[in-house]
Design a protein around this ligand. Structure first.
Ligand SMILES: [Zn+2]
Length: 97
């Protein structure tokens, strides 16, 4: 079960709570355990949102960033190509090369 970090904007207390995946977009109903105020915001920890948020170019990855970007570009160009194919078949024109 994933945990989420919460922050109280009143006293800046930080804590962690278990949360159902279905509730991930909902703010916590619990007040701050420190001051009891309900001025609680959820901190984004990167869990299940985007794996790339934890990777910084060529620092943690040791140079694998470029490799990752190339993989992404291949995936993107594949999609773009499919889009072009659809567009060209619709217009009757073909891209040369
Ligand atoms: Zn608080």
């Amino acid at each position: 079960m994933p945990t989420y970090d919460y922050k109280c904007s009143a006293c800046e207390n930080l804590w962690e709570e278990f949360s159902l995946i279905n509730d991930r977009d909902q703010p916590t109903n619990n007040p701050c355990p420190e001051c009891g105020k309900e001025e609680v915001t959820r901190e984004v920890t990167g869990y299940g949102i985007c794996v790339d948020t934890n990777i910084t170019p060529n620092k943690k990855t040791g140079g694998q960033w470029n490799e990752l970007m190339q993989k992404m570009n291949k995936t993107l160009s594949k999609d773009a190509q499919a889009g072009l194919d659809r567009a060209s078949s619709r217009s009757g024109q073909r891209w040369s090369g």
